[in-house]
Design a protein around this ligand. Structure first.
Ligand code: PXP
Length: 243
């Protein structure tokens, strides 16, 4: 049996609420403290090029207050890479980024930009950051991820989570196969995007997973039950995972 499945809580949308009014609340560090108290294993934030939610100061503040891991989602943009090299989060997850998207769409095209991605993986790894690549469960992308030196991949569960009933099984099968391939290539397997209390049971069919990164649904559920309880409810579902 695998070790306990870990939860990284993405708190970007606490910042979305703050930025909507330009207020100083809700405070990112308070949200992170709630998640930590509820038993989260890490905090994830995405410092986007357009700074639509998380701001630079949030990442510095989190790094100095957290007792659990900080996972910085980031594009291979030189400005953001320099910030990551200054903060040195425990983990960085490299994602594709388009300004006009509502949220990350699709996995990173590692195979199509191996030298650019490889250079960022090397820089961050040399600085002591554990780097993961956010990829679709596709053999070509997974092989390219291993080839550029990534020790960790985060499999993009969004396509499965958003899929209509008739294609969901195929998407889940792709994720299960992707997890097997990544494991066979010697990489740690994480997963995330679009996971909620209803679809998590199916996501837990994926083998070899170490961490799930979950954001939007946890923050949305917090409106009704509070953030600590929302995190606890997700952890409870994850406890049934047997690898
Ligand atoms: N993992 C990655 C790489 C992401 O980009 C996101 C969204 O920021 C998540 C996980 C969390 O997705 P969601 O907010 O849909 O739970």
């Amino acid at each position: 049996m695998n070790k306990k499945l870990e939860l990284g809580v993405n708190i970007d949308h606490v910042a979305t609420l703050r930025q909507a009014r330009g207020t100083i609340y809700p405070k990112i560090v308070d949200a992170a403290a709630c998640c930590e108290a509820a038993g989260a294993d890490g905090i994830t934030v995405h410092l986007r090029e357009d700074r639509r939610h998380i701001q630079d100061k949030d990442v510095y503040d989190l790094k100095s207050m957290l007792n659990i891991r900080l996972n910085l989602e980031m594009a291979i943009n030189p400005e953001i890479v320099n910030i990551a090299l200054d903060i040195v989060p425990e983990e960085a997850c490299i994602v594709p980024e388009k300004r006009e998207e509502l949220t990350t769409e699709g996995g990173l095209d590692v195979a199509g930009q191996m030298s650019e991605v490889g250079a960022v993986v090397e820089k961050l790894t040399n600085a002591g950051v554990e780097v993961s690549l956010f990829v679709d469960p596709d053999e070509k992308q997974l092989s390219a991820s291993a080839a550029v030196g990534a020790k960790v991949v985060e499999l993009h569960t969004g396509t499965f989570c958003d899929a209509s009933e008739n294609v969901a099984k195929d998407e889940l099968d792709r994720l299960i196969k992707g997890a097997e391939i990544a494991h066979d290539l010697g990489m740690v397997v994480n997963a995330g995007h679009g996971i909620n209390l209803d679809n998590i049971e199916a996501v837990l069919k994926m083998p070899w997973m170490k961490t799930l990164n979950i954001g939007h649904s946890i923050i949305a559920q917090a409106v009704f039950v509070g953030l600590e309880q929302s995190v606890r409810d997700m952890i409870k579902k994850m406890e049934t995972y047997n690898g």
